[in-house]
Write a protein that binds this ligand. Sequence first.
Ligand SMILES: Cc1cc2nc3c(=O)[nH]c(=O)nc-3n(C[C@H](O)[C@H](O)[C@H](O)COP(=O)(O)OP(=O)(O)OC[C@H]3O[C@@H](n4cnc5c(N)ncnc54)[C@H](O)[C@@H]3O)c2cc1C
Length: 391
Amino acid sequence: MGKRFDTGEQFGVVIVGAGPAGLVLGNLLLDRGVDCVILERRGREAVEGRARAGFLAAHSVRVLADNGLDAGVRARGREHGTCLFRSGRGEFTLDYGRLGQGEVHTVYPQQDLVRDLVAEYLRRGGELRFGAEAEEISAGRVRVRGAADVTGRYVAGCDGHRGVARRALTAQGVATARRDHGVSWLAVLAAAPPSLPAVGYALHERGFAGHMARTRTVTRYYLQCPRGTDPAEWDEDRIWAELATRMRTAEFGPLTAGRVLERAVVDLRSDVLQHPGAGRLWLAGDAAGLISPSAAKGANLAVLQAERLARAFEEALAHGDEGRLEGYAADCLPRVWRAHEFSHWMSGLLHGPSGDDAEARYGRALQHARLESLRTSRAHQDHFAENYTGI
Ligand SMILES: Cc1cc2nc3c(=O)[nH]c(=O)nc-3n(C[C@H](O)[C@H](O)[C@H](O)COP(=O)(O)OP(=O)(O)OC[C@H]3O[C@@H](n4cnc5c(N)ncnc54)[C@H](O)[C@@H]3O)c2cc1C
């Protein structure tokens, strides 16, 4: 259990949300002697079973390692440093781990990371209340559905993009910058070993298809689909047939099919709060900004922000110095925006317009010019690698 700084409140920090942001923050605060509580609206099983991200940037792995949170990642994570692109003009592989800064990803499913972080937080003596839904946050006070209010000197809003923390800030007039990329993906999780030794991006006139390893027996696939698609329209046969077409298996070899465990439609949207906090409420992760999944940055930004916020809360509570807290936005936002810039570029690379009018032809020609630049230019490849793995 953390130290009690005399704040006159129940806790030094009340954390709302037990996703990667809230759990990394909670663990780091306990380690720094700050007493905190995590309020999570769902049950433990649901939190630990939610499959989403899988690619950890080197920076995220360093944060986990520096804070004694990397036992699972070290034991079961697999380093990954190649991606391949397919289109009507062939296939090429980028060995990005040998380009740019020479950094690689570690493939480790988000639900495994969350499970590790929950276990470690509880082992460190932390208080985590499952089934505790925050209804409103105001002046360090969190109203919890069907339970007593919880107060903290500070509240950390780590409750995702649709959470109450973000609403509380926007209600105070904090502006957002937003983009709808106009594209949706059918995100499929299959009980099937990876089909490729690399992340696969397939550009096709029928739309983008993606392949990402998760474990030795589970693979994530993506299929670009029209906005408003009902996932139920996609049965297993249709999914595997469409993946085969877009990933050009007739030319490059078959996919290893398996049972579809989950399918969901994700609309590619990005949205950044212009200032991720004020006074006693500070946000991290998707609550502070949503990033489209095209470059796998969301969970990594959540880890970055949680780490920065932990230091800032510690200084504020231990020394009464809020300088780092006031500097939190300036500290994080440039890196957040760089991730958005790259993610936006990736989205332009992966999604060509459909149709056969002049604008669509122009858009598709640009898409292929981008891909060709990446295939042939070493300078472009280094730039890609630095941004693909960097946070
Ligand atoms: C299909 C898909 C694939 C992705 N792939 C990648 C990837 O490869 N790499 C990557 O870096 N990112 C990826 N992402 C993004 C990544 O999953 C998110 O950015 C990440 O989960 C953000 O973590 P978080 O802790 O901010 O929010 P979340 O994980 O959303 O956690 C928020 C928590 O707050 C809880 N909560 C919400 N409201 C309340 C409330 N009122 N009271 C109490 N608790 C509340 C929720 O139940 C949840 O547990 C992917 C996302 C998707 C959808």
